[in-house]
Design a protein around this ligand. Structure first.
Ligand code: GLU
Length: 606
């Protein structure tokens, strides 16, 4: 997934700011990192295994100077996690340095051809071909921008590239195809980055590159060109919207814990975000011929959460398909609508699904946290979450705010479609509005119960997370959180599915966490409790998440209590419980909580 930053200044040393920039993008990958700097004496490359914050204060990133440079924090797709494979990559003559986010699908052919023409490769990455291509074009007499553009025309796949050339220490070039890139303008610098978060507060004005565009950046200026034709593109700067201040961890030991503590703020922001956008979104949803909900990872689970509510309240069934599979499973037609959920708004698979629907004449709705992201710009209607930046790789407050926005959309669709009576609509709206207060009241107890449950079940290596109805999505999300950060297996599924085969795994070593709906749900709760009994009959350790009666509590080994005031509010608080359970289990196991192994927050590769 990788984070890219590049910076040009008017002669000021910016090495520390450049490293600071990729530190803020560490959520995008952190297996290795590096910089290439120009300081009048050629290109200096410093890189190693480890995320930028691991390398700061170590020899790699110490004592660096430069007035122009590019930097990278990597999430390997091609080639192992080694120093050699870390970006930047150089041409044979060391005159061209490149960093890349994405994958080049024809790199094998290009590499073979380049090797046949005498180029020597130093890494196993797909990226390196680009440095050699640019070198060849420069040697063939092309000017830098044309050399880079001609090279871009030869590579297939997805990319954001940033390039510096030894002979031009006062500029850099960047281009994109299906990977994000923004240009930021500050008083003393012009910056390119994968995410405006890297710009910190230094660049109030930005310019977003579109796919197929190349930008030539010099101090104070940025000119945009079409890669295909070389024609100049008129693109004006705009004010950077959104909150891109760099969050501090403060007294919290982990960003994940801090961000879970910010759940109330995130929910409040999601409750308050643009009501007209919600109404327009609901109108579009109801007017569409067919509707598909989609997302990946946590966002996919929140899409399932939303689809359950739309089904219940607007009486409209909207199938949910993971975004990687959706374009293959559905032949989109005019009149179709895709609702994509993505925290970053840059998730490759979700963007691809949205683009496929739009290309066929369909409509795209987005639930997105990052204003100005590709999804926020490309969707016909975007519902912004307003959760603020989330630094920990695991989605916590952003997941809750996605669920709130999805619930608001479902509620509005219920009102407009007549699926909800006015009285029921008012009841549900009041329940949604009560969430911030309920979160404040219950979070400390949920946290305590989760800490105790984590300690009690620490010996269990494998889990089922079960729930029904909207609680099935809550269980699936809980299982994902648990796997991501504890590295222990947890399988989330609809509780009714257990008896159809998977129950054979239940024994004293197989934990089951069961997400129990409140009493008001009647049959839904009764059916969930059947699964609880089935597990208990087979001697499986049981953790119940829900409002249980005294007698029910005797049937399980531990309980994470819930208020039991309503289906919606319990479901929200159970998402919170899944997060704390994962956190405290991971903490007890000594895991790297904010940066779990092999993960990255924003998945911008196919
Ligand atoms: N394909 C490049 C590599 O493996 C970049 C990976 C990425 O963007 O995640 O180094």
């Amino acid at each position: 997934m990788c984070g890219i930053v590049g910076m040009v200044t008017a002669g000021r040393d910016m090495a520390a700011d450049l490293v600071g920039g990729i530190r803020r993008l560490e959520y995008r990958g952190y297996d290795s990192s590096g910089v290439a700097l120009l300081n009048g004496k050629g290109i200096i490359v410093a890189k190693d295994i480890g995320g930028p914050s691991d390398l700061v204060g170590k020899q790699t990133f110490d004592g660096l100077h430069g007035t122009t440079g590019i930097a990278h924090t990597r999430w390997a797709t091609h080639g192992g996690v080694t120093r050699k494979n870390a970006h930047p990559h150089l041409s044979c003559d060391g005159q061209v340095a490149v960093v890349h986010n994405g994958v080049l699908s024809n790199y094998r052919e290009l590499r073979a051809a380049l090797e046949a023409r005498g180029h020597t490769f130093r890494s196993e990455t797909d990226t390196e071909v680009f440095a050699h291509l640019v070198e060849e074009k420069l040697k063939g007499g092309l000017a830098p921008r044309e050399a880079i553009r001609a090279s871009a025309l030869e590579v297939e796949g997805t990319y954001a590239f940033a390039v510096v050339i030894h002979t031009h220490p006062d500029r850099l070039w960047a281009m994109r195809k299906e990977s994000p890139l923004v240009v930021g303008f500050g008083a003393d610098r012009t910056v390119i980055a994968s995410d405006p978060l890297a710009l910190a507060d230094a660049c109030p004005d930005v310019l977003y590159l579109d796919d197929g565009e190349l930008v030539e950046v010099a101090s104070g200026s940025a000119e945009v060109f079409k890669i295909a034709t070389g024609a100049r593109v008129d693109r004006s700067r705009r004010r950077l919207e959104g909150d891109f201040a760099v969050p501090e961890r403060g007294a919290y030991p982990h960003f994940m814990l801090k961000e879970m503590a910010e759940a109330t703020l995130a929910v409040r922001a999601a409750l308050g975000s643009d009501p007209d956008a919600v109404t327009r979104g609901a109108e579009k949803l109801l007017a569409a011929k067919r509707v598909f909900f989609t997302g990946m990872g946590t966002a996919y689970h929140m899409a399932i959460f939303g689809h359950q509510l739309v089904a219940q309240w607007a009486k409209r069934f909207c199938p949910v398909v993971t975004a990687d599979e959706l374009p293959g499973a559905v032949t989109f037609e005019p009149g179709d609508l895709v609702l994509g959920v993505s925290q970053s708004g840059e998730t490759y698979d979700t963007l691809r699904a949205i683009r496929a629907a739009k290309a066929a004449g369909g409509v795209a709705l987005g639930i997105v946290n990052v204003a100005g992201s590709s999804m926020a710009r490309e969707c016909d209607q975007t519902l912004l979450q307003g959760a603020g930046p989330e630094i920990a790789v695991l989605a916590t407050k952003s997941a809750l705010s996605q669920a709130v926005v999805a619930a608001r959309l479902a509620l509005e669709a219920g009102r407009l479609s007549g699926g909800l009576t006015a009285a029921r609509h008012a009841e549900l709206a009041a329940e949604l509005a009560s969430l911030p207060a309920l979160l404040d009241e219950w979070r400390p107890q949920i946290e305590r119960d989760c800490r105790e449950a984590a300690a009690r079940f620490l010996g269990l290596e494998k889990w089922f997370f079960l729930g029904r109805g909207v609680f099935a999505s809550v269980a699936q999300e809980g299982a994902l959180k648990f796997k991501e950060v504890t590295y222990r297996h947890a399988e989330g599924m609809a509780a009714g599915f257990l008896k159809h085969g998977t129950i054979s795994l239940i024994d004293g070593e197989m934990g089951t966490a069961i997400f129990v709906p409140p009493a008001s749900t009647g049959e839904l709760r009764a059916m969930t409790l059947y699964a609880l009994e089935e597990v208990r009959s087979r001697g499986g350790p049981l953790l119940a998440v829900g409002a249980l009666s005294e007698s029910e509590r005797r049937h399980v080994d531990a309980v994470i209590g819930m208020p039991g005031k309503g289906e919606l509010s319990d479901a929200f608080l159970q998402i919170v419980a899944g997060q704390y359970l994962a956190y405290y289990t991971a903490k007890a196991l000594g895991r790297d909580i904010d940066r779990p192994r092999a993960l990255a927050k924003s998945v911008t590769v196919p």
